[in-house]
Design a protein around this ligand. Structure first.
Ligand SMILES: Cc1cc2nc3c(=O)[nH]c(=O)nc-3n(C[C@H](O)[C@H](O)[C@H](O)COP(=O)(O)OP(=O)(O)OC[C@H]3O[C@@H](n4cnc5c(N)ncnc54)[C@H](O)[C@@H]3O)c2cc1C
Length: 391
């Protein structure tokens, strides 16, 4: 398998790097935790103006008809300069926008996609619930049709950038049982919708609770109303590739900063890079990055009609998440006290990498999925049901 970028892809990579350095570098690392502390709308506009939103959508829907690999190239270059602008690219290309693009009806697409592509608003994935995290099939949020509307009740947790979003892709049930799972696109101004207070992850990323109390939206907002779970998950594998790409980009950034630091910092009258203990750390960091890159590119190159397989995307996300956490942890160690200081970006990069080990499917759940795929059998995670005694 050949993972060499074409000349066009190399030029594209270079142009995204230049754009990021020019526009996103000045305020990088300030958005979540620094004076900014808010969603970088100005960067969303710049991405939109440069055709970097909805890149995979067909041209007639406002996109560029770009490949998944083009999106991976772009998100990595942007994230390496400004991780939070990488999140903006994620929302505009890999996130719930894909659910609308793949599963939405024409009316819904026409009303939602232009605003997302213009960088005016974002859509988030509202899957997790207080009692349905890894066991997302246990979700309790309900939807019922009522005339020309659909009515939603329930709550969602850990909604990334939920405080800034204009739309939510709400996973819910239209009846009882997993077979009745589906999803509805809910605009933030829908009657019966409200958000909890803004909360923060370790890295400062914003999240909040979402509440649906007889929340009413037109029935055109329904993406799927039955047998939706498998389809939603297969589109969600695209989201995982964005998660994996940002993990890898953060790892590369921490590694490059470490390489530079070990040549400059001296102890015992020698640069750190002359100590074997440090050299081995660098070798291990490089190893993890290249292993993860191989699995990510494989998943993306082999994506069937743009949707990576469950096995490939699980392997790629697992490898990138764990490589990133490992590399960022080692980078902190290499930088000593400076590594942990909030004045330098390494502690922040570690916090980002740490989040992705949990977000979008924990590394434990990815291992479960890989086991199912390689063994060709499902393993019920639930306790066995007691036998029914016939009287
Ligand atoms: C940075 C970040 C951003 C997020 N953004 C979003 C978002 O935008 N939208 C959204 O809907 N959700 C979001 N989430 C929530 C995320 O999807 C959940 O946190 C995740 O799915 C785990 O669910 P949980 O937190 O309820 O943990 P639990 O499911 O309670 O799991 C706790 C621990 O038990 C392990 N575990 C559980 N079941 C098993 C099993 N069968 N086998 C082995 N181990 C198991 C888990 O791996 C984990 O280590 C985000 C989370 C983070 C950290």
């Amino acid at each position: 398998m050949d993972f060499q970028f074409s000349d066009e892809q190399k030029m594209f990579q270079e142009s995204v790097r230049r754009l990021s350095l020019k526009h996103f570098a000045p305020k990088a690392f300030t958005w979540e935790t620094g004076s900014g502390g808010s969603y970088p709308w100005e960067n969303a506009k710049i991405l939109a103006e440069n055709g970097l939103m909805g890149m995979r959508l067909p041209e007639e829907e406002g996109g560029q008809g770009a490949s998944l690999m083009d999106c991976v190239i772009a998100i990595m270059e942007i994230t390496k300069v400004c991780p939070h602008t990488g999140d903006v690219f994620q929302a505009g290309n890999f996130g719930a926008i894909q659910q609308v693009a793949f599963l939405g009806n024409e009316k819904l697409k026409k009303s939602v996609l232009p605003k997302l592509l213009a960088g005016e608003t974002i859509i988030t994935a509202a899957m997790s619930e207080p009692n349905a995290g890894s066991a997302v099939t246990d979700l309790r949020t309900t939807a019922r049709f009522e005339g020309d509307n659909v009515v939603i009740n329930g709550s969602k947790i850990f909604n990334s950038n939920g405080d800034s979003a204009g739309y939510f892709c709400v996973w819910c049930r239209f009846g009882t049982g997993v077979a009745s799972s589906g999803a509805v696109i809910v605009p933030a101004d829908a009657p019966g919708f409200s958000r909890g207070k803004t909360e923060h992850h370790l890295s400062g990323e914003h999240h909040c609770m979402l509440y649906f109390d007889e929340c009413r939206v037109p029935k055109e907002c329904v993406l799927m109303s039955e047998q939706g779970f498998k389809k939603l998950m297969s589109v969600f594998n695209v989201e995982r590739m964005g998660n994996a790409s940002r993990s890898l980009a953060v790892a590369e950034l921490a590694y490059e900063k470490s390489l530079q630091y070990v040549k400059e910092r001296k102890q015992f009258d020698r640069p750190l890079c002359e100590f074997q203990g440090i050299q081995w750390k660098l070798a291990d960091m490089k190893l993890r990055i290249e292993q993860a890159r191989w699995l990510l590119y494989k998943a993306v190159v082999e994506a069937d009609r743009g949707l990576p397989s469950a096995l490939d995307s699980s392997l790629a996300k697992l490898a990138c998440n764990e490589a990133s956490e490992f590399v960022c942890r080692e980078a902190i160690q290499i930088h000593g006290g400076y590594g942990l200081s909030k004045e330098y970006p390494l502690a922040y990069l570690y916090a980002r990498a740490r989040g992705w080990v949990i977000a979008g499917g924990t590394v434990e759940m990815l291992r479960n999925r890989i086991a199912v795929e390689i063994l060709g059998r499902n393993f019920d995670q639930r306790p066995p049901k007691p036998p029914v005694v016939k009287e």
